[in-house]
Design a protein. Structure first.
Length: 216
DNA sequence: ACATTAAGTGATT
DNA sequence: AATCACTTAATGT
């Protein structure tokens, strides 16, 4: 009963201050487990069941949707510290298989909460309920943004937005990615991305190297 | 030196 | 903007 994780209270204070009930914090420290993941690791794949909900404390996670017909991918959004995967809420509450894949974009640390508590705490702690609700809300908004960027915006704008996001999640002006990887994330052809990047280079917005993009 | 992979380019639809 | 068919450049063995 007393294998309380001593790191957790501090992590919560720093990244999830809005989970303010001290008894909630204590419970999280009791049942939560800290995990570290390296860049590129797959956290959750299509079709797998989710056994815990992650509270992201460090790094970034990429959430991707894959078309089951032709296997093409599409980047949905990035998760940052202080956030959680709201897909995992609905998945675990409905006990459904995952529709998405999440991979580690930048070395990540998270607190894994076993799903049985997610529901239990909804009734018990108002700040937890708010957290869950707000996660849904902000994801929903993010998703709408992604949808209309696909529907209404041109590829060059989408690419700029992508570079900006990626630079933000890595907190770096230098991005390590091939044109092919970018094309996959944006569901575009490699040639199109190469040409657009070339344009950006000519207008001095970026500098290109093999596997590398400097944002200027 | 050779093979492999990433990136650049023009033509075609 | 996608696809094809190449070429050129960079990198690994």
């Amino acid at each position: 009963m007393d294998n309380i994780n001593l790191e957790i209270p501090d992590l919560l204070r720093r990244h999830f201050p809005f989970l303010r009930e001290s008894s909630l914090q204590k419970e999280i420290a009791l049942v939560g487990a800290i995990h570290h993941f390296k860049e590129g690791e797959i956290l959750m794949n299509f079709g797998s069941y989710i056994k815990s909900v992650p509270l992201l404390v460090k790094g970034a996670i990429k959430v991707v949707r894959e078309d089951d017909v032709d296997g093409k991918e599409l980047l949905l959004y990035f998760l940052h510290a202080g956030q959680t995967c709201s897909m995992s809420f609905s998945c675990c509450m409905m006990n459904k298989k995952s529709d998405i894949r999440t991979t580690v974009e930048d070395d990540a640390t998270l607190i894994a909460i076993p799903i049985k508590y997610v529901d239990e705490w909804m009734g018990k702690y108002s700040s937890w309920k708010n957290f869950v609700m707000q996660s849904y809300d902000s994801r929903m908004r993010e998703m709408v943004r992604t949808i209309d960027s696909i529907a209404f915006r041109k590829m060059d704008e989408r690419l700029l937005e992508y570079l900006y996001q990626k630079s933000k999640v890595h907190q770096s002006k230098i991005l390590f990615a091939t044109h092919q990887e970018i094309a996959d994330d944006l569901n575009a052809s490699r040639e199109a991305i190469s040409r657009l990047l070339k344009k950006l280079e000519n207008s001095n917005r970026v500098r290109l190297e093999r596997n590398k993009i400097h944002i200027l």
